[in-house]
Design a protein around this ligand. Sequence first.
Ligand code: ZN
Length: 687
Amino acid sequence: MTSEELPRPALELVERSNRLGADRRNTNYGGGNTSAKGKATDPVTAEEVELMWVKGSGGDLGTLIPSGIAALRLDRVRALQDVYRGPEHEDEMHQMLDHCLFGIDNAAPSIDTSMHGLLDCTHVDHLHPDSVIALAASADGERLTRECYGDEMLWIEWRRPGFELATRMEALRVENPDAKGVIMGGHGLTTWGATSDECERRSLEAIARATEFIEQTGKAEPLGPMRRGFEPLPPDERAQRAATLAPVLRGLASTDSPVIGRWFDDDVVVDFIGREAAPRVVPLGTSCPDHLIRTKVRPLMLDLPTTARHEDQVARLQELHDEYRDEYRQYYERYADDDSPPMRGSDPAIFLVPGVGMFSFGADSQTARVAGEFYINAINVIRGAEAVSTYEPVSEAEKFRVEYWMLEELKLRRRPKPKPLTGKVSFITGAGSGIGRAIAVRLAKEGSVVVVGDLHLDTARETAEIIAGTGPNASDRAIAVAVDVSDEAQIGNALKDAVRQFGGVDIVVNNAGLSLSKSLADTSVADWDLQHNVMARGSFLVTKAAAEMLRAQGTGGEIVYVVSKNAIAAGPNNVAYSSAKASQAHQVRLLAAELGEHGIRVNGVNPDGVVQGSGIFAGGWGAERAKVYGVPEEKLGEYYAGRTLLKQEVLPEHVAEAVTALVNGSLNHTTGLLIPVDSGVASAFLR
Ligand SMILES: [Zn+2]
């Protein structure tokens, strides 16, 4: 549906949803849903029909567009009550909703659709505001609801979303015709109104009232005093420690399947971890179904003070991780029955480290970020609940029912198959132009998140933008870092940026290079040093730092050198460049021999004659080489193609393709290899 075709109530629905979703105090990302009911003309019969428009499954309110809406025939949704066989069979009702859809191009109806449909109110909002969930997840939520709202808002005990909850909620509303909405135990808020404005106003008032209630009646320090030794560290120190810990944590979190990470050190997070109540409330996990699906049954919290040595922290984290996995298995076995989907990974999604912050993990970068954002929602909920009462999330049995709900399982199975490099982090040097840029773009296309390194931050940013655009969450897919690869400190910082953003690194591409085409007589010591510093020394330094990180992560890794035909074949006026390239070529073999025992593979590519988009050629080398060969500079690509066996010009994309083959699992049993990408140059055949 486009907005021109949209009837007025549906248009109002989109606008209201966007306003509500724009403020994260109203609902979490992708959380909550809204609906409107009204009349439209059936194009088949030309008759007027009553419809309900409701936000579809998985979309976000703040960015809802008409194509994210499902339109359903209201008479048919209501008729489902006649065929409902009771709570034991409520899941089958969800499939029945597909029989109620109206028109074409509908979004998939979400699990809350029946609640919107059965409530006999024109406009309905269902939201997950932190302040309201705080009341809803309190030990005495019902009493607090009455205290906070009087008769205006009703209370309904926790029940998993679905047809039974919808039936009970409508019955409650009919008994209390003056109520404006309902606080849903352990879960969130639902409000209704005769007009879109009334519904929106009631939602905002209910949220504001809960916030005020907690502020005015709650305890000043709901989570108790700060524990000694668990205080937030200064921001610089947090960042340093996060960079050292992240690969270790990512390694643990990847035990069952590879994950991407994200580090958060928001004040609310480091403060929460340090408080006296943390060891009591963290194991309780989260409450709202949205939160707990993303953050898992509970986080793993390190129980050592910030003064503990790094090695001791790592050892303790390993112990706690083993315990976590055992407990998770027991949790699964306690509640699973014959109909339950098989156990998914038993690694935590959220790690909490005193003083340093939170590390969240997920199958891709966006999932990791959202898990962290949801745990921040949960922290607000816990703090609010503890301010006015005692935090009491839904029971563990119910958590299991939500986590291993068949409908959730089906939603997971509908997800597109992951790409070959989904869950991988690539770090590429010299990626602001030419071959490096082509490699960055190609690996991103294969599903990898990319850290674009370049001496020039502006060109690195251009590459990141080509990959991820400029949207608010572009950094989920690619970030740009400035790095002079001849400078050990800059390499360390760039890798730390990578690790804080994505949790670690898996694929490292040594691509940075430069070339000055000069005869022996004209090559100065400075020329020699510059080229060796960037290529021979630079790739050594990058590999050294990256290998240390890969070993801490313990999940193997890929190191790729972009070398050159010139590492093998000799030509005039090239002594500094080609000998630096020869050093890189031998580093591939030396380091393949050394790092194999850690599962780290080291390979390279030997391109030749790549003129297009090349920073090296643009920097004067092209003109020099053209002069050496006696051809015009613009014909250099053609000239190189002409002297190859295949007579084809080599483009940056061809080199990127070879790098992809080395790292995408196709050549998993290969290390120490150099692949020529030169259209066939017999003098550079390896032997
Ligand atoms: Zn909900």
